[in-house]
Design a protein around this ligand. Structure first.
Ligand code: CO
Length: 139
């Protein structure tokens, strides 16, 4: 069968200081921020820097009880999750469930920049938190 994963959408990196991380990518690599957004329901602020047709997503918590704040406390800065682009988030999520996998989001939900997303539990996906990203603007 054809892969349900069509591209890497983004690689997400948790940082303590979003502005410092953005400045580093800009100054060292000449990268530019294409999108910034705070997702209040997730308690995160993000900046997307384009790399070819994918993004580096720099993530920082906006409140102490956000999952990213807990992650930084426990593990420190670093790779947080990988976002795979999929044509249909619900179908990809169902494939994980059908294979007996553990999911964080039981159903697709709104992500940043108008995407539809669902997270797969890292216990299922060999230690990496996976985000399934459907981007209706690409359809
Ligand atoms: Co993400």
């Amino acid at each position: 069968m054809e892969s349900l994963l069509t591209e890497i959408d983004h690689v997400a990196i948790a940082v303590n200081d979003l502005d410092a991380a953005i400045a580093w990518y800009e100054e060292v690599f000449g990268a530019t921020v294409e999108h910034r957004e705070s997702v209040e329901s997730d308690g995160v602020a993000e900046a997307l820097l384009r790399v070819a047709d994918s993004y580096i997503q720099l993530l920082t918590p906006t409140r102490a009880d956000s999952p990213v704040a807990k992650y930084l406390e426990k593990k420190g800065e670093g790779l947080h999750h990988v976002g795979y682009r999929v044509a249909n988030c619900a179908a990809a999520l169902d494939a994980v469930k059908a294979a007996g996998g553990r999911v964080i989001d039981d159903a697709p939900r709104p992500g940043s920049r108008g995407t539809i997303v669902a997270f797969v539990h890292p216990k299922t996906s060999f230690g990496t938190l996976i985000e399934l990203v459907e981007d209706p603007s690409r359809a």
